[in-house]
Design a protein around this ligand. Structure first.
Ligand code: FES
Length: 108
């Protein structure tokens, strides 16, 4: 049994040189929205869900990206309703949200 039931990492990396990065695509807002949704669901802490910031996850071409463990499922998203769906279905119920999956070929 892992310490957290599910752990999501949001890339919040910002690049000053104009290259693609998650910070240019609303990653910070998505991270904050996710944290508040999980908190509102009273699903934070040991045995439940942890929402963390991350640096570059090296899949920048799909920005913004996040990854959920222990399943190792990668997502890309556009707006808050996408985050709501990841929270409600995956983080709280363990269902993969197929429509938001990051294609396996997407890299840096
Ligand atoms: S900048 Fe987000 S994955 Fe690289």
């Amino acid at each position: 049994m892992s310490y957290y039931q599910r752990h999501i990492f949001f890339c919040l990396n910002e690049r000053a040189n104009g290259e693609a990065c998650c910070a240019q695509h609303g990653a910070q807002q998505a991270f904050e929205h996710c944290k508040s949704r999980v908190k509102a669901a009273q699903a934070t802490g040991p045995g439940a869900v942890r929402v963390n910031k991350a640096g570059c996850l090296d899949r920048c071409a799909g920005a913004p990206v996040a990854v959920v463990y222990p399943e190792g499922v990668w997502y890309t998203f556009v707006d808050q309703s996408d985050i709501d769906e990841i929270v409600d279905r995956h983080l709280l119920k363990g269902e993969v949200v197929e429509r938001l999956l990051l294609p396996p070929s997407v890299g840096r």
